[in-house]
Design a protein around this ligand. Structure first.
Ligand SMILES: [Zn+2]
Length: 468
């Protein structure tokens, strides 16, 4: 059986159940979402939801799983990482990372990128060859109370490792699909903050830091579940407001706090420095930030041209897979100085923020299986998206906004190949140069369009999403 079809099948069933319950992203996010997150802008529901369900119905091997509880899938043999969504601490993660490294020494390297203010390691799991051609950066739990995302990332890690040699995705073997990549995963970017949210202020070891966070409590005026709802790091800095992108203009709380204090300078915090270190050493082709809550994919940070197109393609892929609504960060007035803002606007790297879950944070354990199922294929989806291999059109997401007869340029040269036919088996004619101009002749399907290359007059097919 094709392993990768199992989670997709279960996800399709789950989506149907969610639809029946009237509980898709837009429907229930508003009431339940974190009040500190900005309102989700009105946009149409992601196109991929129904398509995914329809695709899976057509799978010849998907029917076996119908009727099983979603919790039964995806199946991991003798898993190291727990599956119940219960509190998953820094120590749990640390132990599991090293267990995974022991079990999969060929595929996984674990290292510390630095130490938090309270002496916890900021771990990076490197899946794949660090010498690989392409690098993808994924970080979770930069906001403390959103710590269920650590478990999501750890499960993704174990799932990919366990199935690396046996599963396939859209008929391509995992080993082949992931072969060109190294995934750099920070499953718990903010270990001190997560510890505060999970275990309370007494779990902070340094008396000086305990005094600092008690001061935050006073300045913020406390409130119900104050510690559980902690977002900042161990010294009251909101790490997702500490990046050097719109930092100067961002006001925030103006004092150390559980939430929205930007710090004394951009990248002043070791946790932010850890992310930047990965990006320096292994420049990523895309980044994913896992947050909660609201069931949406934030994208569109105010860039234009090829970068806008590439970010849209990334957001479409994530939205289509998860069923979460694509939400413009600009039009929903998202705060600045965040991780995704920084990578898109300052580094020109396509990035999105995925807001997992629908309840207020910390998310209840019951949400875990839905979130896991929504995200189980995210990594192969990313690998496919940035692959040189054309995606079969039956799986492609819909792009819009192209006009026949207009001149477009080659947006991401690395991926833009002129083909003799709009199919995966179509012979590649040649790679197109940076900014090569093309006249759009026809949109063939969700994925390919027929173009005339202005300079040479050649006619062929290219992937629409790489035009701008
Ligand atoms: Zn967040």
């Amino acid at each position: 059986m094709r392993k990768s079809s199992l989670p997709r099948a279960m996800m399709a069933i789950l989506l149907v159940v969610m639809l029946l319950a009237g509980c898709l992203a837009g429907a229930c996010a508003e009431g339940a979402k974190d009040e500190n997150e900005p309102a989700v802008a009105e946009e149409s529901a992601p196109e991929g939801v129904e398509d995914d369900a329809r695709d899976e119905d057509g799978e010849d091997d998907a029917g076996d799983d119908a009727g099983q509880a979603p919790e039964d899938a995806p199946v991991l043999a003798a898993p190291i990482v727990p599956t119940d969504g219960a509190i998953y601490t820094y120590e749990d993660m640390e132990q599991d990372l090293f267990e995974l490294q022991k079990r999969y020494p060929e595929l996984l390297q674990v290292r510390s990128l630095g130490t938090s203010c309270d002496g916890r390691e900021i771990y990076e799991a490197m899946l794949g060859d660090p010498e690989a051609e392409k690098h993808i950066l994924i970080q979770a739990s930069i906001h403390a109370r959103e710590h269920m995302n650590t478990l999501v990332a750890m499960r993704q890690l174990e799932f990919t490792l366990q199935y690396y040699d046996t599963a396939d995705f859209h008929d391509v073997a995992y080993s082949e699909l992931f072969g060109d990549y190294c995934f750099h995963v920070l499953p718990m970017t903010n270990p001190d903050g997560v510890t505060i949210s999970q275990l309370g202020p007494e779990a902070i070891r340094s008396p000086e830091l305990r005094a600092v966070i008690e001061e935050c409590h006073q300045l913020d005026g406390g409130g119900k579940d104050y510690w559980q709802r902690w977002k900042a790091n161990g010294r009251g800095v909101d790490l997702n407001r500490n990046f050097d992108s719109g930092w100067q203009e961002y006001k925030g709380t103006g004092h150390i706090s559980s939430d929205c204090y930007k710090g004394e300078a951009p990248a002043s915090e070791p946790e932010v420095q850890a992310i930047l270190r990965v990006a320096e050493e292994y420049p990523p082709i895309c980044t994913i930030s896992y947050h909660s809550t609201g069931g949406c994919v934030y994208w569109d940070y105010g860039c234009q041209g090829a970068l806008f197109q590439a970010d849209r393609a990334l957001a479409e892929a994530a939205s289509s897979l998860t069923g979460y609504k694509m939400t413009s960060s600009v039009t929903s007035a998202q705060d600045a100085a965040g991780c995704s803002d920084y990578f898109v606007l300052e580094r020109g790297i396509p990035s999105v923020t995925i807001e997992n879950g629908h309840a207020a944070c910390p998310l209840p354990p019951e949400e875990f299986s839905d979130i896991w199922l929504a995200n189980v294929d995210l990594w192969p989806t990313l690998a496919e998206l940035f692959s040189d291999r054309p995606v079969p059109s039956e799986y492609a997401t819909e792009s819009s906004g192209y006009v026949i007869g207009q001149i477009y340029r080659a947006g991401v040269n690395e991926f833009l190949t002129l083909r003799e036919s709009p199919s995966t088996s179509g012979k590649a004619l040649r790679r197109l140069g940076v900014d090569a101009e093309m006249e759009l002749l026809e949109i063939v399907n969700d994925e390919f369009c027929r173009v005339r290359v202005v300079e040479t007059g050649e006619v062929g097919y290219v992937m629409t999403k790489y035009l701008y």
